[in-house]
Write a protein that binds this ligand. Sequence first.
Ligand code: ADP
Ligand code: MG
Length: 697
Amino acid sequence: MSRGRPEILFPLFGDLKRLEGVGPKTASLLEGFGVVHPKDLLFNLPNSVIDRRLVGSIAGMHFPAVATVEVVIGLHRPARAKGRPYRVLVQDAETEFQLVFFHAREDWLKRTLPTGQRRVVSGKIEIFDGIAQMVHPDYMLGVDEVDAVGEFEPIYPLTQGINQKAMTKAVRSALGLAPALTEWIDGNFLRDKGWGGWLDCITAVHSPKSLNDISPQSAPRERLAYDEFFAHQLTLAIARNVERRVTGIVTKGSGKLQQKVLKSLAFAPTSAQIRAVTEITDDMAEPRKMNRLLQGDVGSGKTVVALLACLAAVEAGGQATIMAPTEILAQQHFAVLNEMAKAADCSVMVLTGRDKGAEREAKLRALADGTAGIVVGTHALFQPDVHFANLRLAIVDEQHRFGVRQRMDLSAKGEAVDVLVMTATPIPRSLELAHFGDMDVSILDEKPVGRLPIDTVLVSASRLDEVVARLKDAIAEGRQAYWVCPLVVESEVLEATAAEERFKSLRALLGDDAVEMVHGQMSAQHKDAAMQRFASGAARLLVATTVIEVGVDVPDASIMVIEGAEKFGLAQLHQLRGRVGRGAVKSTCLLMYTGTLGETAAARLKIMRETNDGFKIAEEDLRLRGAGDVLGVAQSGLPRFRIADLETQTGLMKIAQSDARLLLSVDPNLTSERGKAARVLLYLMDQDKAFQMITVG
Ligand code: ADP
Ligand code: MG
């Protein structure tokens, strides 16, 4: 089995400078444009097409428009003054118009366009001062040279220094190097779709004949999009295969501790929770490494699921860890889990950056000798001196704040540790497939019963006084509320300052005892104390920055005020709103906006008012903001597709995923006929890193 690039692709991976019209300068411009090999040019698809079919006359056309027409050259009217255009009158079969030139050399024009001769001219015609004009024609040819103009001309995305003609020439030349390739798409699927082979399709997309041919739904483009998805999913499937081949540890709990906790719960778990726990524990009991994503909207009850999974690890004589993205969340998880785990006589420990000196030493010892069964923590769990006696399960909460690397760091703390990633940001299906396609997925698609819908109201900040007055009444009635201060991008300090001010004014109105505050600039002790007073009900109002965005759980809080709501992303608003609506009282969310709302901002806030379904909101968010933003570009590691569109072609991605997994299940090393063809595809798509995995794994 060869690891090298397949020979058939050599020409497409050759030197750019061998292409027609590409010298060292163009080559380096192209490289800056991401075109390193001839094959990269093939994936630079035209984004428009010009119809250059010859017409008899421009009469009756709607201008501006590109026309290609045969004309008789009339009189020349040289520029009357510097900076004025040079005009040449021409006559087609029915009407007259003008060719217009700026800074033109008269002798050249006289030679090129002799009065009385026939010429074919092609270019954009516009009406100026009531006269039809073609400014600087794209083509001026003798009547017998008309074949030099293609009927349809693709228009390419360009980079500075390269014009359409050069780009077109280079692409044509690269196309000449493209070989016919053995089919890697499943035969039946290909027939169903009516797609042609790769070479036919790549040729067709560069020869569009109408705007329809530019559309992503055109058959050749769709096929090439599928190729991209398929290559990507093959890579993920290979990664998944390799991970699954790593022998994991069989972690099979007795269920005893789980039963004790379940019995002590104040509620019955939802069937989605039960299903998720079963999926997770079954997976842990397999002799291979678990790599699973638990998706559940805010308030769907992921914490219990996590605890039950941890207990399975403890029952089997091992340890489990839960990592939270913030100190507040780690402390809260600790408090909640420790309380629930008491029923099983299982102690939970917390380890964060706050632990220092002797206390930290003691905790590290408990982890190293195995006396600590479940540990909750922050990034502090990554420290090199943290050792586990027998770590079996690593749970990462609210994954979108963690990079993939950190996920790996953590599982490196124990051999073949089972990994469960929990996310509260519902991930649109398309992103889930692209980003987590190598993971198995459990979904909490059901909320605990008895949850009342949250009333969401938009109010202008100009009515702040009214809002505060109503808040005062509500608090007098015994309700608890959050007050979230405006988001200040990139500045936790400014954000904190805003919170401090709001905090002071609200304390003045509602009483010092009733109001607490948390923000990112406070010391851990102060944050804890404030959270503590709010959670216990001693304080009635919590002024906060977005530090409370994820996970905070105070079931009695039933009012959420979000100031400057127009500045937040939809997913973020949904997370914030998810802090209420957890208890027996009907909850309200006030979205306060400043000034007048722009169209998009209004549309976004309207969605918030209309639905409480995190998945719907995530889909909308994706539509309004684009994929990178939803997961956070920097750490998303989201693949960039050149042809395929993640947002509109989710269906194709799904098929690509199952087909890739299927192919690998019958041909794990890609050695069959189709497997070899798939290898060629992977090379073509720069996904050849996948092979290193095959050979290593
Ligand atoms: P999230 O999925 O947002 O992390 P949590 O685990 O914090 O949700 O749960 C939200 C709240 O719902 C908690 O107060 C929790 O005790 C409660 N809860 C969890 N499961 C159920 C259930 N099946 N029935 C009723 N309440 C539940
Ligand atoms: Mg949670």
